[in-house]
Design a protein around this ligand. Structure first.
Ligand code: PHE
Length: 341
């Protein structure tokens, strides 16, 4: 019995020395020290010994049990320490590493250019107002002197929400009537906002784009006010020495109507790729507010006159920053957007 016990102890201790992780250790404990383990198994044989031998053998059992339990506890402590060490090593943080810079958002180039443009007009005494993108035919066309069957409607390919009355505004001009019907002259407003046209996309056309409308109505306003203000605007936006050119153009809500070109900022009017050899680049439409338009909102056209313009801020930005394609503004490519601040 004693030999068996000694052999068990020696073998179990040897096995314990080989146990490499906590899972194997638990297996060893169940196998050796468990309630159905090898030690208990051997202990059951105690009953078969002559009574005289029992105390001594019993004592030997207790010693063996204590020794094995002690060894187990030691091994367990060692393996726990090892596991902790491994975990710490795996989760090691190098506090000397440089931090990760947070990515900082910035304003969209369209937002930036709109701010530059409206800032100029604010400095000239204009107010900035905004209006609905879902608009009524009444404001988008009718009150702009474009009746239902007028051929000029072909100028704006319209997306209808609820035809024939509800549509997505094709320009910011509907805000002319909306502003005038709720206030008396003098009026000086600029209106930035999104517009929509049922149109094929290409490098210079989007079905959704921005416009900035301008409107000034007062006693005694003339074409000279229009030309002076818009020329000052062009000098501020492009170069102090930029020249402007006004030519006749047709919009039903202005008379006379014009388009304004600037001398090409790339070749300075000599002729190049950007201005298609003409030396001039068209940047906006404008004109003197048509008397019918003033009349329809209840202004007296004998007393008041006004001028208006509409421009595409993306087009201004494309010229100013040499951006070749308007679609860049709408695809959220960070490589493009990150260049503006
Ligand atoms: N609304 C016109 C357009 O979209 C531009 C414009 C505005 C022309 C104001 C004259 C006066 O084409």
């Amino acid at each position: 019995m004693r030999e068996k016990l000694a052999a068990l102890q020696a073998r179990a201790l040897a096995e314990l020395a080989d146990v490499g992780d906590l899972e194997a250790l638990e297996g060893w404990r169940i196998r050796v020290l468990g309630s159905r383990g090898e030690l208990r198994e051997l202990q059951r044989g105690l009953g078969g010994l002559p009574p005289a031998e029992r105390p001594a053998v019993g004592q030997a059992f207790n010693q063996a049990k204590n020794a094995l339990e002690g060894a187990f506890a030691e091994r367990q402590a060692a393996l726990n320490a090892l596991a902790l060490e491994r975990e710490l090593a795996a989760q090691r943080v190098d506090v000397t590493l440089p931090g990760r810079p947070p990515s900082v958002g910035r304003l969209h180039p369209t937002t930036l250019i709109i701010k530059q443009i409206t800032d100029f007009f604010v400095s000239m005494g204009f107010q900035v107002v905004e209006g609905p993108e879902v608009e009524r035919d009444l404001y988008n066309f009718e009150l702009l002197n474009i009746p239902q069957d007028h051929p000029a409607r072909d100028m704006w390919d319209t997306i209808y929400v609820d035809p024939p009355e509800v549509l997505l505004r094709t320009h910011t001009s509907p805000m002319q009537a909306r502003v005038m019907e709720r206030q008396q002259p003098p009026v000086r407003v600029v209106v930035p906002g999104r517009c929509y046209r049922y149109e094929a996309q290409d490098a210079t056309h989007e079905w959704m784009f921005y416009q900035i409308e301008g409107l000034a109505v007062d006693e005694g306003l003339t074409m000279a006010d229009l030309k002076g203000t818009l020329s000052a605007f062009a000098r501020r936006m492009f170069r102090p020495d930029v020249r402007t050119r006004f030519r006749c153009d047709y919009f039903p809500f202005v008379e006379p109507g014009v388009d304004m070109s600037i001398s090409c900022h790339v070749c300075n009017g000599v002729g190049c790729r950007v201005c298609k050899g003409t030396g001039w680049i068209e940047i906006l439409g404008a004109g003197m507010v048509h008397p019918r338009v003033l009349e329809m909102v209840g202004y007296d056209p004998e007393r008041y006159s006004g001028w208006a313009f509409g421009m595409g801020p993306e087009r201004i930005a494309m010229l100013k920053y040499d951006i070749p394609d308007i679609r860049y503004f709408y695809v959220n490519d960070l490589r493009f957007l990150e260049q503006f601040r």
